[in-house]
Design a protein around this ligand. Structure first.
Ligand SMILES: Cc1ncc(COP(=O)(O)O)c(C=O)c1O
Length: 362
């Protein structure tokens, strides 16, 4: 094999791809206490896994699934109480964001997002040739709603993207403010509700009846505990879904993932019980962190907590990792220098984290 790879071949790639960096979870490694990706601490109960194995036996692995996972779509429509034709299901909600890009972004399209914002969005916008217009947060890390509205008036964007509660900050946008933003926009407003089950403000879904420009994005990776299966969904008015459907690749959701999604939707009480437990664990974790003198903590409306220890975040992350606990350094976000993010695990995982933190900063 030749040592030097011809640069002109790589230059055939779209410049937007050439300029990008791959999405990698920093510091990922096997540890006993994994609190770095806002996952659920709960796997499926073994009895449900066995039920699934039985169901998997009935599946013809040699046959394609249907183009779109229609049974799962219908189950989600009934779970959300929305009319038929309002839901698209994808291979995780991240995958659906690419459909938004494909449908709405052309060269030079401005896309407004608050900053800080889940980093995948800016990359998705750039890859499709769009221009992310970042609107700085307030000094308490809240979304600056007036500034977002001013940016909408200035740029008249086809697309504005919010996440509430926000990853990375953990803070919800008050529902009335989501409505103000939606009302001010003649383009679409995507509300990413990856953490909506934890949101004290409730979902923005009901705004969709009044405002046809609202698109809701959700995932089964967090409260449903299915990050490993890759299921996410989008809710929009049927006319919007029908248009988006034209750009969807077929067969994005495999038969196994569809079965698992259907099973969990038949056990909604399991999910809601677990959500209640996670809320209690997160509140206790937040309380414990707040009681530590050297730690600054942000409020949280999600299943994770942002904190700063007044020491170098990389060094602290290393010390925690040496103690077998993995959290996330948020220094990649300009506004969050020095902050770390810890996902709430089980009480014993949270205790292991707090013990490790106490010894690391002590
Ligand atoms: C705001 C937000 N949206 C989307 C996702 C990803 O969802 P999915 O696993 O369905 O791709 C995450 C994951 O961390 C997230 O924080």
């Amino acid at each position: 094999m030749s040592k030097s790879f011809p640069e002109q071949l790589l230059n055939l790639f779209r410049p937007t791809v050439r300029a990008e960096k791959p999405y990698l979870v920093p510091g990922a490694r096997p540890v006993s206490v994994k609190l770095n990706q806002n996952e659920s601490p709960f796997d499926l109960p073994p009895a449900m896994k066995r039920e699934l194995l039985e169901a998997f036996f009935q599946i013809d692995f040699n046959r394609y699934p249907s183009e779109q996972p229609i049974r799962l779509i219908q189950a989600i429509e009934s779970h959300c109480g929305v009319e038929a034709g309002s839901v698209l299901v994808g291979n995780g909600s991240n995958e659906l964001t690419y459909t938004l890009g494909m449908c709405l972004i052309t060269n030079g399209t401005p896309v407004i997002t608050p900053s800080p914002m889940f980093s995948l969005y800016a990359s998705m916008v750039r890859l499709h040739g769009g221009i992310p217009v970042r609107v700085n947060c307030t000094d308490t890390y809240q979304v600056d709603v007036d500034a977002i509205i001013a940016a909408i008036q200035e740029h008249e964007p086809k697309l504005t993207i919010l996440t509430t509660p926000s990853n990375p900050t953990g803070l919800a946008i008050p529902k009335k403010d989501v409505e103000r933003i939606v009302k001010a926009s003649s383009g679409f407003v995507v509300v990413d509700e990856a953490y909506h089950e934890f949101n004290p403000e409730g979902s923005a879904l009901d705004l969709q009846m009044k405002y046809p420009n609202v698109i809701i994005l959700r995932t089964l990776s967090k409260a449903f505990g299915l990050a490993g299966l890759r299921l996410g969904y989008l809710i929009a008015r049927p006319e919007v879904v029908a248009e988006m459907m034209k750009s969807r690749l077929p067969f994005m959701v495999d038969r196994l993932a569809e079965q698992v999604g259907l099973l969990l939707l038949r056990h909604e009480e399991l999910v809601s019980d677990r959500v209640e437990q996670i809320k209690v664990y997160t509140a206790a974790l937040h309380q414990a962190l707040s009681s530590m003198d050297e730690i600054e903590v942000l409020p949280t409306d999600t299943n994770f907590v942002l904190f700063r220890a007044g020491v170098d975040a990389d060094a602290l992350l290393r010390k925690l990792t040496e103690r077998d606990v993995l959290v996330r350094n948020m220094g990649g976000y300009d506004e969050l220098q020095g902050f770390l993010r810890v996902t709430s695990g089980t009480p014993s995982e949270n205790k292991a984290f707090l013990d490790a933190l106490t010894s690391a900063v002590g």
